[in-house]
Design a protein around this ligand. Structure first.
Ligand code: SF4
Length: 435
């Protein structure tokens, strides 16, 4: 038995790097320390209910899968992508950055569209920051300095379980030695979530009315008087109180999640929230950080920006990168039936895309690079199982605040199973033969 220390958890955007993984003499993970329940489950269930060990293929989606060797699966994948008019290469948020690089190269070669799961997550935050700016800081700065924390439309108690203890509300930092006692917590959520139960101030906004509430806070901050009793369901007294807390902060941080990116007004909510943070900087130091979901969703946007100039939704069909979400987004290309083949890697759009997009995925040739049986794999023609990044393969991942952290390999993958990057490299060389 051995203990591997300082392992990085490949689950959520908190990217905890203090996990201890316990491995028995046969090379199986038998336990973890420090990880939360979901992080622990990722390490313990690396074999999963159904863990693919060999590539599978079928021509007709109604047939059963047949086992094939990796060369056959790669050759057929390359053929599908080369023959398609507009292939989509999508996913990437649960794998490491070298796989991102090869995925983007592949999309350019086959003149397809490459994108990641941010489309159905923090994509609207990206559109907003391109418009009005990105006053961000690192989680270390929050830990050491922040005396006011806002969670807006996010519920870290469930989605990022160690976020509050490692970096924000409960963490003891250099200038915040008393941890929780040194910090004020404001939660904005229509529901009384487990995070809201911990708040000093809970602004129980009505669903889809965040834009109004942010606008009211900006108005109060600028000295206007609210001539109503409530805005977006929140009593104005509470709005004045929240603004006063923010204004008097020494260092504040606004964390925001799906409650604002995926509700009415979408990226305009984030525009407005960024402007609120910018306005607050006239009085104090205030920052914001998006609660990025998958552990390396941020990494793809970083890599894609270095390589193409754009963070996601990049269309190579004209031979050069174009970016126009709504037009070049994978969900829209599927719903408009423009895409005619798809390679999905390290994500599960079959479970998380809108119904119409999933219906199109069922109609077109679909390749799924995923270790486990998922709703996407159920729709696939080809399944290629990879080594699990951060457990069976090393690589780089970017935390929600843009800090790169090196993932560790703690055990060997099943025999013959390659990391994502190697699979993509082999598809690229086959594609080059066909072109
Ligand atoms: S908070 Fe996130 S990164 Fe940390 S252990 Fe839990 S799932 Fe893993």
């Amino acid at each position: 038995m051995r203990e591997i220390k300082n392992v990085v958890c490949p689950f959520c955007g908190t990217l905890c790097d203090d996990v201890v993984v316990i491995v028995d003499n046969e090379g199986h993970i038998i336990g973890t320390r420090n990880a939360c329940r979901i992080g622990h489950a990722k390490f313990m269930h690396f074999e999963g209910a159904v863990r693919w060990r060999e590539p599978l293929m079928r021509e007709n989606k109604k047939d059963d899968f047949k086992k094939v060797d990796i060369d056959t699966a790669i050759e057929e994948t390359a053929r599908i992508l080369v023959e398609a008019d507009l292939p989509l290469i999508y996913g990437f948020s649960a794998t490491e950055c070298h796989a991102h690089v090869y995925g983007i190269e592949l999309a350019e070669l086959v003149r397809g569209v490459v994108s990641n799961t941010a489309e159905v997550c923090h994509g609207p935050s990206v559109w907003a920051l391109q418009d009005v700016g990105y006053p961000i800081c690192t989680l270390g700065e929050v830990k050491n300095r922040a005396d006011v924390i806002i969670y807006w439309g996010s519920n870290p108690m469930h989605a990022h379980p160690r976020h509050m203890s490692r970096y924000s509300v409960f963490a003891r930092g250099f200038f915040r030695e008393r941890g929780r006692e040194d910090r004020t917590l404001i939660v904005v959520d229509p529901r009384e979530t487990d995070t809201a139960k911990l708040a000093d101030v809970h602004l129980q906004v009505e669903p889809h009315k965040d834009y109004e509430l942010i606008s009211a806070m900006r108005a109060v901050l600028k000295g206007f008087e609210l001539q109503v009793d409530k805005v977006a369901g929140v009593p104005v007294d509470l709005i004045y109180e929240a603004v006063e807390i923010c204004k008097n902060a020494q260092f504040g941080c606004l964390f925001f999640g799906m409650g604002v990116t995926q509700s009415g007004s979408k990226h305009r909510n984030i525009d407005n929230a960024i402007c609120l943070v910018i306005d607050l900087n006239a009085y104090t130091k205030f920052t914001l950080i998006p609660m990025r979901g998958h552990y390396n969703v941020n990494g793809f946007n970083q890599v894609c920006t270095w390589v193409t100039g754009f963070p996601l939704c990049v269309d190579f069909s004209r031979g050069y990168p174009r970016f126009n979400p709504g037009d070049t987004s994978v969900t829209d290309l599927l719903m408009r039936k423009e895409a005619d083949a798809m390679l999905n890697i390290a994500s599960d759009p079959g479970a998380h895309f809108p119904q119409k997009a999933v219906e199109r995925m069922a109609e077109i040739p679909l390749i799924c690079i995923d270790p486990h049986d998922t709703p996407t794999a159920e729709l696939a023609n080809i399944i290629i199982p990879p080594a699990i990044a951060g457990v069976e393969a090393e690589g780089t991942a970017y935390r929600m605040d843009g800090i790169p952290i090196q993932l560790k390999k703690v055990i060997d993958p099943p025999e013959g199973v390659l990391p994502d990057r190697e699979i993509l490299k082999r598809i690229i060389s086959k594609v080059k033969e066909f072109l």
